[in-house]
Structures are given as structure tokens and as C-alpha cells.
Design a binder for this molecule. Structure first.
Ligand SMILES: [Zn+2]
Length: 309
């Protein structure tokens, strides 16, 4: 295994070779250059070396242009995509409705903090919309599915279906109606705001398993049961770094549009590139099976899963 810094450097060099937007390329090249000063890197790595540096698990070591095409066209349907059966798709529709009911009952912000344990407790109070045993079994089954079966390439973050973080471990940001894990994550966001100004907004913070499951299954339902398509856009519950502190930022002026490539053109993103210490979880050409997400900030940089900093 190569040292993390070497992996990061290789990633920068590889990304800077790509045909991404010129602005992004410039920023990454700048970062690559500063990193390259401390290491005698020679020429950019070959694709195989780049992939090998991530110790890819089976199925992804042959990642090639097809893989990157899928990530760019994340909403297209591809051969070998994994699908729910028609019966399971019906179950997915049902649990999405039930999860939305609880979300409406406790409020959007609060819902992001709940564990399945608390969700089921709240749902018991909603007489007409209780989760049935079959619903709970389905949710648990989806949660426990391997990444291969979900068409996802990233690592599992939590294998505890009922796990969650207590309210007092979270910091609430009333302005955005979002929470962050107190410590690394909240400190990082506050530093970003202090350095770049109040136009940096928190668009999505901490997410418990039910919130992540809802986001994932909404995409699954929308795509008629395509688990892989959903995985390319949203990490399945149990595989999301939002559970361990990652968060999404945006530009106040863009609002919801921050979750698009328009964000690359903002002064905020450019300043984040210049700041140097910001770490991204899903850079362009990442191998975690997730599309390029320039708004998703990594709170703790695991060696295979970050870029920058
Ligand atoms: Zn995110």
C-alpha cells in the first residue's frame, strides 16, 4: 500500500490530466503543484497504478473508461445495473411513504438526527401509518445488503441498523435547519465560514440511517427499482459518510442549485480550492462509485477516500 500522501498526489495528477472544466482543472493543478514540490513524482501515474493505489476490491480493479462514463452519466441506465424485484419495489414505495410520514411528524431537521430505533418509536404513535413487521424486515434487508448487491463501490461505514448518535453529540445550525456532529465536523464548517464568509451555507449535515435510507430509496423508486443508479447518486444507508461527520456546503446565492456543476463556478468553491485545507470525499474520477460532488466535504480523511487537505 502506498503512503496516503502518495495516493493523494497520484489522485491530483490523475484528475489534472482529465478533461474536466478548465476552472476546476486549474485549481487542482495548483494544488497538485504545491504537493509535488515536496515529492519527486516524475510523470503522472498510469491508470492501472492509480487504481492499484486504492487496493480496489473485486469488480473494480478493471475500472476503466466505462466506469467513469457511468459516473458522469449517473442517471442513465447501464447494463449490469442491479434492480429490486417488483415485489420489493412495492415495499420500497411503502416504506418511503412511512418514512416521510415520520419526517413530517417530527420536522425535517430533527428527522435527520433520528436512528431507526427512534423512528419506529415515533411511528408507533402514528396509528394509521405504523411500520409493519414486513416493512422493518425490508428496511433491515436493504441496510444489510453488500455493496456489490447495491451496485455501490464505497466502503461500509456502519453495520448497525439501529445505531445513531445522541442529540447531545450534535450541534444545531438553526439558520439552515441542519445538524453537524460536534467536534471535527462542526469545527471544520465554522472554520470555513470564518475564512470564506457567511455566503458559505450548510446545505446538508449529519444524517442518521433513516434519513439516508429515505434519500436512497426515493431515488430507487424514482428510477423504477434501479439500485445501482440510485447508488451512483446517493450512498445507500450504512455507506454514507454523512453518518460520521461529512457535510455538504453551498453558496447562499445558489441555494439548492449548489448541488450541481454550477457550484464549480462559484467564488466559494474557488476559495475552497485556494484554502488548501479543505478535503473532498468524492472528487472527480473518484473510485467510490459516486459521481463528482464538489460540495461534499470530508470531515475525517480516511486514506482511501479523500482528496485535498
Ligand atoms: Zn454529501
Amino acid at each position: 500500500m502506498l503512503a496516503p500522501s502518495t495516493v493523494c498526489l497520484m489522485l491530483f495528477l490523475y484528475v489534472s490530466q482529465s478533461a474536466e472544466g478548465a476552472t476546476e482543472q486549474k485549481g487542482l493543478q495548483r494544488m497538485a503543484t504545491s504537493q509535488a514540490k515536496s515529492e519527486d513524482s516524475g510523470s503522472p501515474p498510469r491508470l492501472q497504478d492509480f487504481l492499484a493505489a486504492f487496493e480496489l476490491k473485486s469488480g473494480t480493479e478493471t475500472a476503466d473508461q466505462d466506469y467513469f462514463d457511468r459516473m458522469v452519466a449517473a442517471d442513465d441506465v447501464f447494463e449490469n445495473d442491479q434492480f429490486l424485484s417488483p415485489v420489493e419495489l412495492e415495499m420500497a414505495r411503502e416504506v418511503v411513504e412511512r418514512l416521510r410520514d415520520v419526517e413530517a411528524f417530527v420536522g425535517h431537521g430533527r428527522f435527520t438526527t433520528l436512528s431507526f430505533k427512534t423512528v419506529f418509536k415515533h411511528s408507533a404513535g402514528l396509528a394509521s401509518r405504523r411500520f409493519t413487521v414486513a416493512d422493518i424486515r425490508f428496511l433491515r434487508d436493504i441496510f444489510n445488503r453488500s455493496s456489490e448487491l447495491l451496485g455501490f463501490n464505497g466502503p461500509r461505514i456502519s453495520d448497525q441498523f439501529l445505531a445513531g448518535h445522541p442529540q447531545d453529540a450534535l450541534t444545531f445550525y438553526p439558520k439552515y435547519g441542519e445538524y453537524l456532529l460536534s467536534g471535527e465536523a462542526s469545527g471544520q464548517f465554522e472554520r470555513l465560514q470564518a475564512e470564506l464568509g457567511a455566503s458559505v451555507m450548510l446545505t446538508s449535515g449529519y444524517r442518521g440511517h433513516p434519513k439516508q435510507m429515505l434519500l436512497y430509496l426515493e431515488k430507487v423508486v424514482e428510477s423504477e427499482g434501479n439500485l445501482s443508479l440510485a447508488s451512483r447518486n446517493r450512498a445507500p444507508a450504512g455507506y454514507s459518510f454523512h453518518f460520521t461527520g461529512d457535510f455538504d456546503v453551498g453558496d447562499v446565492a445558489l441555494g439548492e442549485q449548489s448541488f450541481s456543476r454550477r457550484f464549480l463556478k462559484t467564488a466559494i468553491y474557488q476559495s475552497m480550492l485556494r484554502a488548501g485545507w479543505v478535503k473532498w470525499r468524492y472528487p472527480s474520477h473518484n473510485l467510490l462509485g459516486v459521481r463528482f460532488e464538489p460540495w461534499h466535504i470530508a470531515s475525517v480523511c480516511a486514506e482511501i477516500a479523500c482528496s485535498g487537505g
